[in-house]
Write a protein that binds this ligand. Sequence first.
Ligand code: NZQ
Ligand code: ZN
Length: 385
Amino acid sequence: MLNFSFQNPTHIHFGEGQIAAIAKEVPLTARVLVVYGGGSIKTNGVFQQVSDALEKHTWFEFSGIEPNPSYGTLMKAQDIIKAEEIDFILAVGGGSVVDGAKFIAAAAEYQGDDPWDIIVKQQPVHKALPIGAVLTLPATGSESNGNSVVTRDGTKIPFSSPLVRPLFAVLDPKVTLSLSDRQISNGVVDAFVHIIEQYLTYNVNGKVQDRFSEGLLQTLIEEGPKALAPETKDDLEVRANIMWSATMALNGLIGAGVPQDWATHMIGHELTGAFGVDHARSLSIVLPALMQVRRQQKREKLLQYAERVWQITAGDDNSKIDKAIELTVQFFKKMQVPTSLTDADISSKEIDLLVSRLERHGMTALGEHSDITLEVSREILTQAI
Ligand code: NZQ
Ligand code: ZN
């Protein structure tokens, strides 16, 4: 196992009715900015629950944070933060809103010339406003990690700081009942790929991390399709298991002390930036191709994945790996997401563009061995046709 330091201080309030817990979590003296997205929280009762919980607080609103939150939108929040002397940010929404809140919180306390430098120059965050989160879409793990992805001019760039990790997060599975099938699928697939990025690398004998990861993958394989099936889709236990899996997938626990890949995400970000493909759908397109192209480098872990996650015990090693990739594709198809560029109406002619964007963004040495060069990315994209 590799050395690691691990701390996850986000206080989780999980279960039905837990939005009320924010009344005690947000200091009564705070001047709170509630930030949210396009308005889903106004129609599914979440906004009302938040308003009720903040009855005794002084709070303001900032809305309109879009999926793949844009720098331009997020910077608009700075005006109200200054005018109203905001000192606490409460994010209410999915990963985009929580990620957006993180940038808003860091930009508000940024001492340099231009807050964009936090992202483009990866300037360290020295101070940020405190953040709380009410999560409405289980997917990204953003509610209890320090990561954020901001988009500017079609380019998605991540930044990370422990100072923007939410102090608390409310996870009420009931609020996920208003999600569309598409968002449910996206969430399950995003969480699945987060686990894979931290698991499917090379063996460092991290038994705890591996078995946690395998348990989470199996949970998503079992529960994901149930959240789409008419007879089980409103089952709160299904929703609860998905929600907790997605948080656990990217709260730092399974990735501590093991190598990590993240090439699927970095290549996927270019599909989103160039063609507007939903984040999770970019991953379901890239991952099967990456598994195929990297089968030698990932051989030992692919075999472990085949045997422990999919119970494939018959056949030689190559056929076990083939079968595991095939079952991964089948699972994605069950989750109704595309598994090739063709499925997303992207032709092979676009591969040059995607590779040039990877180059422009410095994505020239990806993966757990930093050996996914532009040529290997091209091979992966070609395999994904
Ligand atoms: O804007 P509203 O009206 O709220 O609608 C949203 C949005 O249109 C809707 N939605 C959310 N909760 C709902 C709901 N609709 C009905 N009922 C509910 N309960 O869903 C749509 C998508 O929301 P979004 O927040 O964009 O989805 P997601 O949670 O998948 O977040 C994706 C973003 O997270 C980033 C992605 O790059 C992308 O920008 N990621 C962040 C990560 C992190 N912070 O660690 C890691 C991930 O790999 C990912 O990159
Ligand atoms: Zn993701």
